[in-house]
Design a protein around this ligand. Structure first.
Ligand SMILES: *[C@@H]1O[C@H](CO)[C@@H](O)[C@H](O)[C@H]1NC(C)=O
Ligand SMILES: *[C@@H]1O[C@H](CO)[C@@H](O)[C@H](O)[C@H]1NC(C)=O
Ligand SMILES: *[C@@H]1O[C@H](CO)[C@@H](O)[C@H](O)[C@H]1NC(C)=O
Ligand SMILES: *[C@@H]1O[C@H](CO)[C@@H](O)[C@H](O)[C@H]1NC(C)=O
Ligand SMILES: *[C@@H]1O[C@H](CO)[C@@H](O)[C@H](O)[C@H]1NC(C)=O
Ligand SMILES: *[C@@H]1O[C@H](CO)[C@@H](O)[C@H](O)[C@H]1NC(C)=O
Ligand SMILES: *[C@@H]1O[C@H](CO)[C@@H](O)[C@H](O)[C@H]1NC(C)=O
Length: 605
């Protein structure tokens, strides 16, 4: 309801300002108010008659696209809904104050931009932060992780080395050995190419802080003292606070990416044995929007964005070809699972899932054992997903897994067992109608009732399967990150959808402030007493998650007997030119390195 009214109010303001171009507070205020209310009701009435476009710009409609570019008409057009992951509370309606005194708050709004400025309302100001918070970490990449040579993975603007296609499961170009924790580097490089960057902070709809928070913490996750783990985050915040741009909205208009799961940034105590740093608990950071690959369902300042997949296309046509291929590929396996059991986690259903898969003639299992396993050759994994109708996605050490996105990229319908594996996470990138693109089987039903996954899936009609698969395929552009070295033409990738959602969220904050209202923290924030009861049960789950995480780390540590490769021995370099004539150094990964890396990563899947 709040959103509807908000939308109508926005329209109202556009109408009012349409003629004079300026909104002036006058003595006829009451009269205006009356007119506004009448207009408001008329608009509300029409709201139900006319199809209202989705919030923000949404995806361009087919007709717009065809008039622009007949060749690139996407067949798979997703009617993605722009959900607010945390709807803002609606209280008494107040008119926004567009007086000169509040210019700093309203100036960046789209309606106050030049009519012909296509960037109005979505300008981003990227902070030029000290190099110690980003570039220095890349320059000392060998120090980022104890177990993984991140130098390999930060190559090619964060996409990693080009992949060899051992199984013929990739398309011709755009496939890279991307590490699941590289998203902050990729996002930063995409942002450098964002068409609406500005250095004029008064125009900026939102402010991006290119801090590599995940790379930072991963340097010290195993062994660094709590003081060391927190130091870069605290220094980053101290720097931000001193910027004039920060003070305008107390950081409500600032956002950044922390490319790991939220539990790595939510350390509860200062005990040395406690996991992670406390980035997300810093008061200033609580005002920001922080993008992570798995968000906490119980906090309000972090939002989930997709894990990176292996596919980073440079052109719309590469995506369209891929979508068509995934729609027409022959799927011979009803359901499949790629992953390892979790014997150390009592409540894990992975053991049962593996058992069920082994028993069923309709299931194909790719077990990720320690040592030699094909389960980390991306080409092998993608091939499995491409030949499967359904892909099982039980939670692992935490709720989410990268495999969700790899399998959806392959047009495989995901089967979820936990609400927090995707539904409560990727609200900006997936669909609110979960049953339209996925199957849900309660974890409880597997654990206690030994429900047969095979039977559940066999009962779904071929028409439903076809319709779900088409929905999954429509979602593909929005769950991948395009190659930052080029531009997609009309399609919106995960980066585009995220930036749009962040700008919408900040716009809501602006409106609240212009209406003189308090910004309340909607999800179960620490300050919110009303949700205390919910929080108590929640903290048990949170603890469990964190314990699992701890165990995973131990596993990761056990895999550390693999010796670190020096990147230069196993990787060849090539100079490549992109469409815009810019030459990039491209690293190509040699196969044996891929295998070794796969073994090292074994415990993570
Ligand atoms: C956009 O507006 C500016 C300033 O009013 C004007 O100089 C420019 O010619 C306009 N461009 C177009 C394409 O209308
Ligand atoms: C990287 O790690 C090595 C070995 O642990 C250490 O000697 C060196 O000082 C570190 N470099 C930086 C820049 O932190
Ligand atoms: C902003 O300023 C920096 C440094 O002066 C410059 O390199 C960059 O191109 C500018 N960006 C825009 C969008 O004007
Ligand atoms: C957070 O934002 C609010 C405005 O919504 C501001 O009053 C407050 O000072 C900010 N908090 C911090 C720690 O900057
Ligand atoms: C996908 O494939 C089915 C046939 O398997 C076909 O009916 C449908 O039109 C295709 N969808 C698109 C968008 O090409
Ligand atoms: C959700 O999707 C399913 C399957 O496509 C459809 O039957 C159902 O009506 C949809 N629900 C809503 C609320 O749109
Ligand atoms: C689950 O059911 C299958 C048959 O559907 C049976 O073979 C298996 O033993 C059962 N497992 C448990 C743990 O009860």
């Amino acid at each position: 309801m709040y959103q509807k009214l908000h939308k109508n109010r926005s329209k109202l303001m556009r109408l009012k300002m349409g003629k004079t171009g300026r909104f002036i507070l006058s003595g006829h205020y009451c009269f205006l108010l009356l007119i506004s209310l009448i207009l408001g009701w008329v608009l509300l009435f029409f709201h139900f008659l006319v199809v209202v476009p989705p919030r923000g710009e949404g995806l361009p409609s087919a007709s717009i696209l065809s008039s622009n570019n007949a060749v690139l008409l996407p067949i798979f057009q997703s009617q993605r809904e722009f959900l607010q992951a945390s709807p803002l509370p609606f209280s008494n309606k107040k008119l926004p104050d567009f007086s000169p005194a509040k210019k700093h708050l309203w100036q960046p709004l789209k309606r106050f931009g030049a009519p012909n400025d296509t960037c109005a309302g979505k300008y981003i100001y990227m902070h030029d932060i000290p190099k110690e918070f980003n570039q220095d970490m890349l320059d000392h990449c060998q120090n980022i992780s104890l177990w993984t040579n991140m130098c390999t993975f930060i190559a090619n603007t964060g996409l990693g080395p080009l992949l060899e296609d051992s199984e013929g499961s990739f398309s011709e170009s755009g496939w890279f050995g991307t590490n699941q924790f590289s998203v902050e580097v990729i996002f930063h490089n995409r942002m450098k190419q964002y068409r609406c960057l500005t250095n004029d902070s008064s125009k900026a709809a939102a402010f991006f802080v290119p801090f590599y928070a995940g790379l930072d913490v991963s340097r010290y996750l195993w062994g660094g003292s709590t003081t060391i783990r927190d130091s870069a985050s605290l220094a980053m915040v101290a720097w931000l606070q001193n910027q004039p741009e920060w003070k305008v909205m107390g950081g409500r208009d600032h956002f950044m990416v922390a490319g790991r799961i939220t539990w790595d940034f939510r350390r509860k105590t200062d005990e040395q044995s406690d996991w992670g740093n406390k980035l997300l608990l810093i008061p200033e950071v609580k005002n920001m929007t922080v993008l992570v690959i798995e968000a906490s369902p119980w906090h309000h300042n972090d939002f989930a964005i997709p894990y990176p997949t292996y596919f980073h296309p440079s052109k719309d046509s590469e995506i369209l070809e891929w979508q068509e291929r995934m729609n027409s590929t022959k799927r011979t396996v009803l359901f499949s699972f790629a992953g390892a059991p979790r014997p150390e986690i009592e409540t894990s259903i992975r053991g049962q899932i593996i058992e069920q898969c082994k028993r069923s003639i309709h299931c194909k299992l790719l077990k990720c054992d320690l040592g030699a396993s094909k389960c980390h050759d991306p080409s092998v994994v993608m091939k499995l997903f491409e030949e499967s109708v359904f892909c099982l996605q039980p939670q692992g050490d935490s709720f989410t897994r990268r495999s969700i996105f790899d399998s959806m990229l392959a047009g495989c319908i995901p089967v979820f067992f936990h609400q927090h594996s995707a539904y409560s996470q990727y609200a900006w990138h997936l669909l609110s109608n979960h049953s339209s693109y996925s199957v849900y089987i309660r974890e409880e039903d597997i654990r206690t009732r030994n429900i047969s996954i095979e039977n559940v899936l066999l009962q779904i009609s071929p028409e439903r399967v076809q319709s779900m698969r088409e929905e999954v395929i429509k979602l593909i552009p929005g769950i991948l990150y395009a190659n930052p070295q080029s531009h997609l033409q009309t399609m919106k990738d995960a980066f585009d959808l995220t930036v749009q959602a962040v700008v919408d969220r900040v716009t809501d904050f602006r409106m609240l402030m212009l209406e003189g209202r308090q910004i309340e923290d909607p999800k179960g924030s620490d300050a919110n007493e009303g949700l205390k009861a919910e929080k108590e049960s929640v903290s048990v789950i949170e603890e469990t998650t964190r314990r699992w995480e701890g165990k995973r780390r131990k596993g990761e540590q056990e895999g550390a007997h693999f010796v670190k490769d020096s990147a230069s021995d196993t990787v060849t370099k090539e100079l490549k030119e992109n469409d815009e004539g810019v030459i990039f150094e491209t690293l190509i990964w040699k196969k044996d390195l891929l295998k070794k890396e796969a073994q090292r990563q074994n415990r993570i899947l």
